[in-house]
Design a protein around this ligand. Structure first.
Ligand SMILES: [Zn+2]
Length: 255
């Protein structure tokens, strides 16, 4: 048994760090790796404007999609409205958790409409700051989504009959098993981190899979997978309590 990896880019938006992202993306494409791109439908988060905006942003997204990348809707506006950590309990801030079902439905729908107008919408959701609640799941279901890129453990599972594909790593680390999502925030990457990711992709390129491929597989969940989820969830709580039981590479997501 060996691990399969999903390479996930968060905060794909018109004002992202293009000078860093475009060369890295080209290199990854040359390795034949299909990515998961968290596209912000209408970015109103000032912290995500780090380089001049590109007017051809959605042209680029369409190009990446035609290459085989998967697009996940990364929120709607990427603006936090509550201090709720939601189901996963990772970050105490959210664009969705704690809002009413109606508010969440409206916001999800607004984001979806923008991506549909640009012909890039796919039925996958990437919650900003890893925060979503049971009403988010209900809203996602009735808005036509089929999976979230987030969750505990090492294998896809279901929450309220909705598919979660776990995301634990913020840096590339090799694992002996599981479906491992590596979450990358290109705006905050150092040269060293870019180089480390390039080396990892080169070494493991045949083990990368596309997100939509994983979503199409049947869920194989059982007691051992649930136990691994319990372990990762409790390890996360320990990290949050300030105990250094795991490297910051694991469960070190920020956004
Ligand atoms: Zn984000």
């Amino acid at each position: 048994m060996s691990a399969r990896y999903i390479l996930r880019f968060d905060d794909v938006a018109p004002g992202m760090a293009w000078s860093r992202f475009l060369p890295l993306k080209q290199f990854i494409e040359e390795q034949g790796v299909r990515c998961l791109l968290g596209v912000v439908p209408c970015c109103r988060d000032a912290s995500l404007f780090v380089e001049p905006e590109r007017a051809d942003f959605f042209d680029l997204v369409r190009l990446w999609q035609s290459f085989g990348d998967t697009v996940a809707q990364h929120g709607a506006f990427h603006v936090y409205e509550t201090a709720q950590a939601g189901v996963l309990g990772i970050n105490s801030r959210s664009e969705f958790s704690g809002l009413s079902l109606e508010q969440q439905l409206r916001k999800l729908g607004e984001g979806k409409a923008i991506l549909q107008r640009e012909q890039v919408w796919q039925p996958y959701f990437m919650p900003p700051s890893h925060s979503f609640d049971r009403d988010t799941v209900r809203a996602l279901k009735s808005t036509g989504f089929v999976a979230i890129t987030d969750g505990m453990g090492f294998f896809p599972y279901a929450l309220d009959d909705f598919r979660l594909v776990p995301q634990l790593l913020s840096r590339p680390l090799a694992f002996p098993f599981g479906v491992i999502t590596i979450c990358v925030h290109v705006n905050a990457m150092s040269d060293h981190e870019v180089e480390r990711l390039r080396r990892f992709v080169t070494k493991h390129r045949s083990s990368f899979v596309s997100f939509k491929e994983i979503v199409q597989e049947p869920i194989n969940d059982g007691p051992s997978q649930a136990f691994l989820r319990w372990i990762t969830s409790h390890a996360l709580k320990a990290v949050r309590a300030g105990r250094r039981v795991m490297s910051k590479d694991v469960l070190g997501q920020v956004d």
